[in-house]
Design a protein around this ligand. Structure first.
Ligand code: DC
Length: 223
């Protein structure tokens, strides 16, 4: 029995899940779990170990043995792979595509989902990803599906990555659309709206407006 709620936010790339889940967790005094970062970490670990992103069996073995944590040795926030801070490395455009590729494989998903359930077991957590309300916590107390027009999602992504990786907008849009197709048509746990989820289209909304809308759905208004 959980004494605190589990909140899930699923949706496509660039819908605003990251920033919104951070703010929501802060305001509601909950922990945030970025499940996409875990698939990105898998893609990075595979690249370093020389395991192709298409090799389901070896990726599954790797996903089971890597040690992922969201706190560093000195308690600092980030994502750590076997103790190393990889928070910056996993944001490279190549790892966005790599995460989308490795996440189609069932053995990878099983390993990640089991870690995610363990981390969210006691509640008081906001999970964001593609399958958090459909597969990871289908019994979550509050579920959201956050969406936005593809051109706007690509523009947000473009602004986010362009200070570090110079990619033309057209390339970012192409990659966003490619990931949309792969993430929502794959066989295992495709991106779709969970039953009971509240749909929010953030195309013309500010972050504050989205967070405010979500807070109202939380038990006791989230406060
Ligand atoms: O949210 P993100 O861009 O960091 O996610 C990277 C990729 O990881 C995404 O394209 C698909 C995959 N993913 C997934 O399959 N399931 C999740 N719960 C989260 C992410």
């Amino acid at each position: 029995m959980r004494t605190r709620p589990v909140v899930t936010i699923d949706g496509p790339s660039g819908a605003g899940k990251s920033v919104v889940s951070k703010r929501l967790a802060e305001l509601a005094g909950m922990v945030r779990l970025d499940t996409g970062a875990m698939y990105r970490a898998c893609a990075l670990a595979a690249r370093r170990a020389g395991v192709p992103w298409s090799d389901a069996v070896r990726l599954g073995e790797l996903a089971k043995v890597i040690r992922l944590s969201f706190n560093g040795p000195d308690g600092q926030a980030g994502i750590f792979l076997d103790g190393e801070d990889i928070s910056g490395a996993i944001r490279a455009p190549e790892m966005s595509m790599g995460a989308s590729e490795v996440s189609v494989h069932l053995p990878v998903r099983e390993a990640m989902v089991s870690k995610q359930r363990e981390l969210g077991r006691d509640g008081g957590v906001v999970l964001e990803g593609r399958d958090t309300g459909t597969v990871v916590f289908p019994d979550a107390e509050v579920k959201f599906f956050l969406d936005a027009a593809a051109a706007v999602r690509a523009l947000r992504r473009y602004r986010e990555i362009n200070s570090i990786y110079s990619q033309p907008y057209e390339q970012v849009l192409k990659e966003v659309l490619c990931r949309d197709v792969r993430d929502s048509t794959r066989k295992h746990s495709p991106l779709k709206m969970a039953s009971g989820a509240r749909y929010i289209d953030s195309t013309t909304m500010t972050v504050d407006e989205v967070v405010e809308t979500m807070m109202k759905e939380l038990p006791g208004g989230g406060r």
